[in-house]
Design a protein around this ligand. Sequence first.
Ligand code: AHM
Ligand code: MG
Length: 339
Amino acid sequence: MSSKRVSLSQYLVEQQREHGNIPAQLRLLIEVVARACKRIAIAVNKGALGEVLGSAGSENVQGEVQKKLDIISNEVLIEANEWGGHLAAMASEEMDEIHVIPNRYPQGEFLLLFDPLDGSSNIDVNVSIGTIFSVLKKSPEHEGVSEADFLQPGRAQVAAGYCVYGPQTTLVLTVGAGVVMFTLDRELGGWFLVEQNVQVPADTKEFAINMSNMRHWAPPMKRYIDECLAGTTGPRGKDFNMRWIASMVADVHRILCRGGVFMYPWDAREPSKPGKLRLMYEANPMAFLIEQAGGAATNGQQRILDIQPTKLHERVSVILGSKHEVERVTGYHAEASQQ
Ligand code: AHM
Ligand code: MG
């Protein structure tokens, strides 16, 4: 082991010392989430041997079948974060209502939102999945806490990140001063800094979208992909590559590592829904990370971080990644709405 390794705790303490941007409560919150992710990683890693695969036989508020690991991960995050005194409440993809910190514990000033295990369709087939989290501050204006306290635009996030359970287990974090990555050393049980100042290149030749939905897309989306597929002979004058892991965490991780554009647009399968992905615990934290790494994130019309949420579990169209491509797709939407 190299003696020059920087642990997650050391990094957080030094950031606070140098920039004053990670007060003790926020550091505790991040360390507790990281510890919970370590426990989730262990459960994910055991798979069938831990009897954690398969359906739990229940549905979440969105009507999706819950996997055993969805529920285990949700419980791990709640139990880990309940008693520390850093939170006022939590919200999760797997819980209809917010979870207020019980009276037996002190209440803190932060609100934590998470998708405990994103990429559910990949859980049972040993493909990368992840935990996504977003941190907001509760307004001190009133006592108690309700769902309304959570309905803040993404630009109000004080921290966000994800943990990807892949060939390596990596925690990616922003507190609004760039993006950093830590990888779990399983023998030592600790997180160590592997990447500072993560940057998404502005240009890319790689896109990520579920192509099987193409016939249901709106014209600007179809136009963009048609032009990518036309390659060197089309208007873009270059060949594109496609990747779709069907785990947002893994797709976004690739984009943070080497660029690309990720899209889950509105489609006509469920026309009344703005998209498949959820604003508050999927799109917002990912948009914050991507912007902090120099990329962009929109819903085709506006910056995701500027959307005023009206419901905890609301959905949104997502276009994020390399800046110039996101601007192009968003521009195609603007042109179409002018016509
Ligand atoms: P989940 O939170 O139920 O796992 O759903 C979100 C996932 C994303 O991780 C991924 O980008 C998308 O759904 C995949 O959708 P599809 O199955 O249409 O490819
Ligand atoms: Mg999800």
